[in-house]
Structure formats: structure tokens, C-alpha cells
Design a protein around this ligand. Structure first.
Ligand code: SF4
Length: 463
């Protein structure tokens, strides 16, 4: 394992940014004296030659899209280099381990993956086949590894440069954007969230000096904006503010965005003006739905009234709030879907939503906390292991039909970079048509007027 290329680290998709999880594992391995090769298939070609040389292939699967792409890569590795050990690591690795371990992979690590991965490398070096804590294999699955990791500065020097990734569009410019995290895990346990079955309410703060060193390295590579990709930046508000203060002091011109839940925006609203003054361009928040029944079923910790209050608050502070949504769940109704659209139209917030969010449908991976709810039996169907989710059907067939149509429109809009206002009204016209009503799209777009141009990243969010 000590020869260059023995260990191959692969990322397939990380929301259009330089792969953080690849950089983290690479740093740990280098510190331990290994010389891994890293390939980000989102922007680089993975050659057969590199695959053939590898003895251990680790594929990062931090989200559902990455998992689907990672599975294709793993199958290719298996064909080209059948003797290589294949390990999936990251949030989605363990949730689907039972299925993946049948044929596709040899090991899966969830939670704080660095330590168990180093143990796996060492066991392979010594030819040991024993069960390793935190490493799921065909023999055993001891669950996620939730113990504090000795964090290191991500190794970015062998990754593709930031100009290969998403940019921040602001004031007519497209700026290079970087990414880091200040915490891992989440102290909340929303029922639909893939973090819940892995971290179960735990989170870890990454030392500020490591976060700042990572930002410094990216600024040296030319980035002018940083995304703090923590599940929730305000899980530790004191930690978050210490880092933003230090960031602003060292790099006063660098801007940033972060993800903060509605509940935390309201609770820590006194911190928001300072976030703004220290360079916050926008905040992403998992609004999910405006239907209080949906929010209750997900245990989101906020209500529709809280959402309205948060949008008011953010408008006062002058930070654009970009919601992530999940409007297709068993409890959303056609009426509440239309109410959601009306909310964004009526408040002139359409520019703040990436159209893909109007198409997001609840995923129920194996292990999801939703499976433990008694009433899930009413709507849940069989597990579709190959799709990494349980199937479910909406009690109102119109919602399933609408979801298919909205998905097609949102995907096409993303592909062709269409006008988001027009896309919004196309979606609204479809929703109204499902309810037997009519909307003239061209007129609605004209009536909405000239859209505001707000700071945003050029890559839409996909889970
Ligand atoms: S949805 Fe957000 S707040 Fe809820 S558990 Fe997931 S990361 Fe935490």
C-alpha cells in the first residue's frame, strides 16, 4: 500500500465543488506515510491504467447522487481490476451497505470515516481479514463510527484547480468559489434526513485553525468565496462566529455562504447582522415545505409561520435566504404545493429558489428514521435496493403525475440554463392544471417583471 497509486481515492460528485471528502482522506493517508492517487470523475477522466494499478479503491459517497455515480464506477473497477478492494465511505455508504456488499463493494464506512479507513489499509497491508470496528463488510456491520477524529488540514494540492468547479455569480462576475466545513454531523434528528441514522444527534466541531488553514489554501488557489457546507452552520454558533470573524480579519474581501436551519436563524437572529458585515452573501436553509402537517411529520423544528418570519428577518438584515425544498412527500397536498408556489411568487422570492427544488421528492433510504414511525406503513412500499430508496406512492395520484412533469421541466431548465422565472411559471401552470385551473405563462412572467440578480452558485443543489 506504500507505492504511489496503490490506494486510489475517487469522488464522483460533491455539488460542483472541489471534493472536500477526498481531500480529507488524502490528508490522513499522507500523514500516515501513504501516497494515494485522487481522481474527481466530475471533472477528470478515470483511466483504466489508474484502476489497474490500485490495490484499494475508496469511493466517496456523501449524497444520493454521488452514490448512484459511485456504484457505476465501482462496477467498472470490479471489471477491470477484480482483485482490488473497493470501499465506499461517507454518509450514504452504510445506509445501503447490505445491498452494496452483496456484489459491488467489499467494505463500507459511515460517520467519522478516517480512523476506520486507516485501520482497513493497515489490515490489508498485513493480510488480515479480521472484523474491523467501524468497517462494514460481508462478515459484519458494526454501524457508523461516531468518535472524534483527529482532524487534519484537507490535502488539496493534487485536486483539480478551483476554476474547474462551480463559481459564485455576483454583480455580473463569476468568482472562483471554495468549500469547507466547520462541523460534522448534526445535533438535530429530522426524520427524513440521512444524517439522523448515522449521527443520531451528534456533531463534532472541526478546530478553527484547521478550517482557517483550509480556507487559506483555497484563497491561495484563487478563490474569492467560501461555502461553509456544514449540515448546519449554527449547530455551534460560537464556533461559527469565531471562524467568520477570523476569516474576515485575515481576508476582508472574501465572501461566504452557509446552511442554517430556520429554527437557528430565528433563535440566533442577533448574530445575523454581524454575519452580513463579515461577508455573508447568502444563507441556504432547508425550508422543505410550507405545509405544517409535513413539517410536523418530518420533525423539522419549524412551522410555516417560522418560515415566513425567517424570510422577513433575512430581508431586514439584507442577506438573501435561498431555501432548499422537498415538496413531494406523502403529506404534501396539491393545494399546499400551490400555496408553496404562491408564497414565493407573492413575496417576489422566485429568484431565490433554484427551480430544481420544486421537484425534490422524499427519499427513504434503508435505515431512515421515518421507517420507525408507526404511520409509515400507510404510505411505504417495497425497498428498491438498486435505487437506494424505499418506494412510496402519494395517496393523491395527481401528485405523483405532477412530480414526473415538474422533474422533466426542472431538469431541462438546468440543462439549458433557462430563465428561472419562466421555469417557475411553467411549473405553476402544471400544478394549477392538475387542479383544473389555468395559467397563462407568458403573461405571468411579464407581470412578475424584471427578476433581481442575486448572488448564487452556478451549480444547483442536488441531494
Ligand atoms: S435536516 Fe438539517 S437540521 Fe435536520 S437533521 Fe438534517 S442537517 Fe440536521
Amino acid at each position: 500500500m506504500r507505492t504511489h497509486g496503490d490506494i486510489l481515492l475517487i469522488s464522483c460528485y460533491e455539488l460542483g465543488h472541489q471534493p472536500f471528502h477526498l481531500a480529507l482522506l488524502s490528508a490522513m493517508l499522507q500523514q500516515a506515510g501513504y501516497t494515494p492517487v485522487s481522481v474527481d470523475t466530475a471533472v477528470e477522466t478515470l483511466t483504466d491504467d489508474v484502476i489497474r494499478r490500485a490495490r484499494l479503491v475508496a469511493i466517496s459517497v456523501p449524497m444520493h447522487t454521488a452514490l448512484r455515480l459511485g456504484q457505476q464506477v465501482a462496477l467498472r473497477v470490479r471489471t477491470i481490476n477484480p482483485s482490488a478492494t473497493i470501499c465506499f465511505y461517507g454518509l450514504y455508504a452504510l445506509l445501503n451497505a447490505d445491498y452494496l456488499l452483496q456484489e459491488t463493494i467489499d467494505a463500507a464506512i459511515g460517520g467519522e470515516y478516517e480512523g476506520p479507513f486507516l485501520n482497513l489499509v493497515s489490515a490489508l497491508e498485513q493480510g488480515k481479514t479480521e472484523t474491523l470496528p467501524g468497517v462494514a463488510s460481508r462478515q459484519s456491520n458494526s454501524g457508523p463510527w461516531i468518535k472524534r477524529t483527529p482532524f487534519t488540514i484537507p490535502a488539496r494540492q493534487h485536486l483539480p484547480s478551483p476554476d474547474r468547479y462551480a463559481r459564485l455569480e455576483t454583480n455580473g462576475k463569476a468568482l472562483l468559489a471554495g468549500y469547507t466545513e466547520t462541523t460534522r454531523g448534526c445535533k438535530h434528528t429530522c426524520l427524513h434526513c440521512p444524517i439522523t441514522p448515522i449521527y443520531n444527534g451528534r456533531f463534532f466541531a472541526i478546530p478553527a485553525e484547521i478550517v482557517l488553514a483550509d480556507i487559506r489554501a483555497q484563497v491561495n488557489q484563487g478563490v474569492s468565496h467560501i461555502t461553509f457546507g456544514d449540515p448546519d452552520f449554527f449547530n455551534g454558533p460560537g464556533h461559527a462566529m469565531r471562524i467568520t470573524r477570523a476569516l474576515h480579519e485575515e481576508f476582508p474581501d472574501i465572501t461566504f455562504d452557509a446552511t442554517i436551519k430556520i429554527e437557528h436563524l430565528l433563535k440566533h437572529q442577533h448574530l445575523l447582522p454581524e454575519l452580513k458585515s463579515r461577508g455573508c452573501s447568502f444563507i441556504v436553509s432547508a425550508v422543505e415545505s410550507l405545509n405544517d402537517n409535513v413539517l410536523r411529520r418530518l420533525d423539522k423544528g419549524h412551522t410555516s409561520a417560522d418560515i415566513a418570519a425567517a424570510f422577513d428577518l433575512m430581508a431586514q438584515v439584507g442577506i438573501s435566504l435561498r431555501p432548499s425544498l422537498m415538496p413531494f412527500s406523502p403529506w404534501e397536498t396539491l393545494e399546499s404545493y400551490i400555496t408553496l408556489l404562491n408564497f414565493f411568487e407573492g413575496r417576489r422570492l422566485i429568484e431565490q429558489v433554484d427551480p430544481v427544488h420544486f421537484s425534490i421528492r422524499l427519499l427513504v433510504p434503508p435505515g431512515s428514521a421515518l421507517l420507525d414511525t408507526v404511520e409509515s406503513k400507510q404510505w411505504l412500499c417495497e425497498l428498491d435496493s438498486a435505487a437506494f430508496t424505499y418506494r412510496w406512492r402519494h395517496p393523491d395520484w395527481r401528485m405523483d403525475a405532477l412530480h414526473k412533469k415538474v422533474t422533466r421541466v426542472a431538469e431541462e431548465a438546468e440543462r439549458t440554463k433557462s430563465n428561472p422565472i419562466e421555469t417557475f411559471f411553467l411549473i405553476k401552470a402544471m400544478a394549477l392544471a392538475a387542479a383544473g385551473k389555468d395559467l397563462k405563462v407568458v403573461e405571468a412572467v411579464q407581470e412578475y417583471g424584471t427578476p433581481r440578480v442575486l448572488p448564487h452558485l452556478t451549480e444547483s443543489w442536488f441531494c
